[in-house]
Design a binder for this molecule. Sequence first.
Ligand code: SAM
Length: 272
Amino acid sequence: MTGRSGKGGSSGKGGSGKGKGGSSGKGTGASGAKGSSGRGYGGRELGVRLKSARGRTHSSQLWLERQLNDPYVARARRDGYRSRAVYKLMEIDDKARILKPGQVVLDLGAAPGGWSQLAAERVGAAEGKGRVVAIDLLPVDPIPGVDILQMDFMDDAAPGRLREMLGAPADVVLSDMAANTVGHRQTDHLRIVALLEAAAHFAVEVLTPGGAFLAKVFQGGTEGEVLNLLKRHFSSVKHVKPAASRSGSSEMYVLATGFRKREARDEVEQGS
Ligand SMILES: C[S@@+](CC[C@H](N)C(=O)[O-])C[C@H]1O[C@@H](n2cnc3c(N)ncnc32)[C@H](O)[C@@H]1O
């Protein structure tokens, strides 16, 4: 991942973005091409194998080789996006059309900023049509039209700060948050589930009727309790695995659309 500045705190709208100030905060890719939809979703391009490990551990050597051989990494660089992850959101949104001009979007776990860049583009945030609010533990370089908060989403103060920054109900809540793994399976699993639960609970507090929630999940999909919460609050809940999500990983996304108005929710709850 690239594009971290080391800057902290909350930054306002209209930063210069990375690179040479494209309206989306994208750097200038080699081709200058925009990361719009309909360009396919990659294909093998490179065949790089590093000759020397140069003091790297075996796993970081493998990671580096995978990055160098990853068509999405190359494509992100060309298109001026900060992460290969952007193509996951792009593919999901090209099909489901959750991002629309003028919307208010919340991006949880935003660094280095690929999803925020795309969301800002699609809602027209740089032109003042829509807005994106983003949070991450790590710093995120400014992106025009995106309000960035560097904070732990699990901090008790985070929901209040985000609500203030949103200033209005959100149309879309995105969460690509992923906890750092510690290698202990159960601990890792619990941390992943805790993030998803917190994101889902916050989403149902801040979404506007008709709104959408998209979040990263692992290990066979959404856990029972969160899944029930989402089914109660949304008219459609499904799991999707975009092509850019590495096939060897258990990562996928839960996409919940059609956030229900309170009365409609009450009817579902009484019926169940
Ligand atoms: C896969 S990356 C997100 C990539 C991003 N969607 C993009 O396109 O650039 C996951 C992010 O979640 C963030 N994260 C994990 N736990 C978090 C927490 N408790 N609060 C805020 N951010 C968190 C990590 O710092 C990391 O930057």
